[in-house]
Design a protein around this ligand. Structure first.
Ligand code: ADP
Length: 357
């Protein structure tokens, strides 16, 4: 148990020994955070893959140090779980400065963004996740702050309204987004450095898995790590989650070591197939095939039919299906590829009718 006993005793006292589901959830969340914190790389050397981004960032950081100027604002974009937050923490570490982490939905009111800007210490990094979701007012407050470290404060009402320009400390904004295209032009233009994170290769993911397993004292052999890597959607966050499940399986059903067989059995039990697709992925593909004759079909229609939020479909489900060649995005909507038919074992006849392979 990673959580201190003191905490557990408190929970038990409140509920006469029985832990309420909501409290259980909180404990699990805390365990997840501790787990995340332990395995998150802290230096560029620990950060696997994304080599060209790392090299360019190292040079940008070094140059800023040599010139004795504040590091340029940085925009990182790419699907969730590829390491944007991790990279922001590493940059702060390399620059020897602290980092304040927030996300756009937490900056709804002008006073939220003003408060955080005014609280920044000299040289500090401000990390805003999901930056494409910033509202117009928050964006406009950010512009002068990003350009010349000032913010415009307004006081008074209607005719007596006055604007005061006040300084804030020099800082670097690191914005992260899953959708660079959704960022407004003026905001995007204010970032001096823009990087797109790539999906990881199986070999890189295998290294991520072995590194995390070592930190967490989980026994795994090379073939076990390769098997998890193949099914982790090219994404470190997913790979790290799957190690936990495979480790549980190895402990209960095997001899505690994650081998190719235990990894494969654990992932089969989770309905994650050989290509790393889960139930939602397969549902999405077969929905397009069965109801829309392979596509094109609009993403809104797909989200409703799947009972998923459109953002989840666009940001979480689709990117890997596109990358792995199961789906194409066209102007008229989404279409499945021949690979999707083959993977699901559905035969597409010339006249568009379906049969089993
Ligand atoms: P994002 O901000 O892009 O959603 P995170 O930075 O939160 O992704 O990364 C998710 C998890 O994956 C982190 O906990 C970290 O441990 C792991 N991770 C991400 N990138 C790497 C990497 N390059 N090397 C090793 N582990 C990584």
């Amino acid at each position: 148990m990673i959580l201190g006993d003191e905490n557990n005793n408190k929970q038990n006292k409140k509920t006469n020994g029985a832990i309420k589901p909501v409290e259980l959830e909180a404990i699990e969340l805390e365990l997840d955070r501790t787990y995340e914190k332990n395995i998150r790389p802290k230096t560029f050397d620990d950060y696997i893959g994304q080599n060209s981004i790392k090299e360019t960032l190292k040079i940008t950081i070094e140059a800023a140090k040599k010139r004795n100027v504040q590091l340029d604002h940085i925009l990182l974009y790419g699907p969730p779980g590829l390491g944007k937050t991790t990279l922001a923490n590493i940059i702060a570490n390399e620059c020897n400065v602290s980092i304040k982490i927030t996300s756009a939905p937490a900056l709804e009111r002008p006073r939220d963004i003003i408060g955080i800007l005014m609280s920044l210490k000299e040289g500090e990094i401000l990390f805003i996740d999901e930056i494409h979701r910033l509202n117009k007012i928050a964006e406009e407050i950010l512009y002068p702050a990003m350009e010349d470290y000032t913010i415009d404060l307004t006081t008074g009402k209607s005719q007596t309204v006055k604007t005061m320009r006040v300084p804030v400390q020099k800082f670097t904004l690191i914005g992260a987004t899953t959708k660079a295209g959704a960022l407004s032009g003026p905001l995007r233009d204010r970032f001096g450095v823009i990087h797109r994170l790539e999906f990881y290769t199986n070999e890189e993911l295998s290294r991520v898995i072995k590194r995390s397993a070592k930190i967490l004292n989980i026994k795994i052999n090379d073939e076990g790590a390769d098997e998890i890597a193949k099914r982790a959607r090219c994404t470190p966050r997913i790979a790290n989650r799957l190690i936990k499940r495979a480790s549980d399986w190895a402990l209960v059903k095997g001899d505690g070591i994650i081998t190719k067989q235990t990894a494969s059995d654990a992932l089969d039990a989770l309905n994650i197939d050989k290509e790393g697709l889960d139930t939602t992925d397969r549902e999405l593909l077969s929905l397009i095939i069965k109801n829309y004759n392979g596509g094109p079909v609009g993403v809104e229609t797909l989200a409703v039919a799947l009972g998923e939020d459109i953002r989840t479909v666009e940001d979480v489900v689709e990117p890997y299906l596109l990358q792995a060649g199961f789906l194409n995005r066209t102007q008229r909507g989404r279409c499945v590829t021949q690979k999707a038919y083959e993977h699901l074992g559905i035969n597409k006849n010339k006249n568009g009718q379906m049969g089993l392979f």
